[in-house]
Design a protein around this ligand. Structure first.
Ligand code: AMP
Ligand code: MG
Length: 358
């Protein structure tokens, strides 16, 4: 299970500068009293992870119930393990013909395809047969598969063999043995759906974390930005720095989140679909900050696979996300835009801080 403390939300009050401090303090105090009454919180377990919510709204309790129902509805569509989910039906029908799918499932498959195209298939939603061979997303014990096994499975991971027919509302996996795995994108998609639902119902301030993938709505009730810490991949109780953000998703992928050891070597769950082996391009975590949670989730996985150079090139050619990378050789590297709202705090773990320019 992904540790949900990977990214912690810091709800500490910020210092107020400038004139009229007393009046502003008074106003803030009143605001904070009324908003405390509207604060509603919930912790639940879904999509194989712990989920936490904290929203400010007078109907907050009902809205959190609605949010939970929406998450369970999407889980029933996207799960690779739940018998009867749409993705299970699609996978069971591989090589046998098209399957009718709901709007959400078609949409997430399309988004997965789009992020695959953008990342030269570093993000590959048809990676499932290989992920399973390692024992991830199954009940089997995790182990290093033989090269023979990987060689036989890799031809089943060509994303172009997933055919999506929007007009007919169907999708089809062309080869028997193929399978879709939405583990790298489902929580991001869900975070977008929950954010939209809460905003539609009038929520203007709040945050939630789907297994460490954080989304924030608006600003804190006192008008300050939300503070989201990026966990140190080397120490679950420490962070490499704090992001001050509003209205966006902050999503981290890292090899330290799910792994096993065999013969003294560590193998993690993010797979390079060119080799069939865990990605090993010098990054130990990638955090993406974007208004588009689905993209943030897909890209955090993809950029981890791509490594710093290709990831930086992709960032330079995009304008809808920022990133913070932690490298195996001890650097915390923020893109120029992220550096504007990131405060580095990784010196405890001997990290060195750098930024990259456009
Ligand atoms: P994340 O934690 O968002 O980085 O997603 C990791 C999960 O995505 C894994 O547990 C797999 O289910 C799946 N996955 C692993 N490698 C890839 C890949 N190269 N492209 C897409 N999904 C992947
Ligand atoms: Mg991801």
């Amino acid at each position: 299970m992904k540790k949900f403390k990977l990214i912690a939300i810091c709800l500490c009050c910020a210092v107020i500068f400038g004139g009229c401090v007393e009046k502003r303090e008074e106003a803030k105090e009143m605001l904070s009293k009324s908003s405390e009454e509207d604060l509603h919180e919930m912790t639940t377990f879904a999509m194989d992870t712990v989920m936490q919510f904290s929203i400010y709204n007078e109907n907050g309790e009902q809205l959190l119930t609605d949010a939970e129902q929406e998450i369970r509805r999407l889980e029933r569509l996207f799960s690779v393990t739940m018998e009867g989910s749409e993705i299970t039906k699609l996978n069971n029908q591989a090589g046998l013909g098209p399957v009718s799918l709901s709007e959400d499932t078609l949409k997430i498959l399309n988004r997965g395809r789009e992020i695959g195209d953008l990342t030269n298939y570093a993000f590959n939603i048809t990676i499932s047969p290989v992920v399973k061979a390692w024992g991830f997303t199954t009940d089997e014990e995790k182990h290093v598969p033989s090269q023979e096994t990987l060689d036989s499975l890799l031809p089943l991971t060509n994303p172009k063999d997933l055919v999506i027919n929007e007009g007919a509302s169907t999708a089809e996996l062309l080869k028997k043995g193929m399978a879709v795995d939405l583990g790298g994108i489902a929580k991001g998609y869900t975070s977008d759906a929950v954010t939209a639902l809460l905003k539609e119902e009038g929520v203007t301030s709040g945050w939630f974390s789907l297994g460490g993938n954080v989304s924030v709505i608006g600003k804190k009730p006192d008008g300050e930005k939300w503070k989201v810490a990026i966990e140190s991949p080397l120490d679950a109780n420490d962070s490499v720095g704090i992001l001050e953000v509003e209205d966006c998703a902050v999503i981290t992928s890292g090899g330290y989140q799910r792994y096993f050891e065999e013969n003294g070597k560590r193998y993690h769950h993010i797979i390079n679909s060119n080799t069939g082996y865990p990605a090993d391009k010098g990054l130990i975590s990638v955090t993406i900050i974007s208004k588009d949670g689905t993209k943030a989730d897909g890209l955090s996985t993809a950029l981890f696979v791509m490594g710093l150079d290709d990831a930086t090139n992709l960032w330079r050619n995009s304008n809808d996300f920022e990133a913070v990378f932690v490298t195996a050789d001890g650097k915390v590297i923020a893109t120029e835009g992220a550096a504007d709202f990131f405060t580095f705090d990784g010196t405890d773990n001997d990290f060195i801080y750098e930024t990259i320019k456009r």
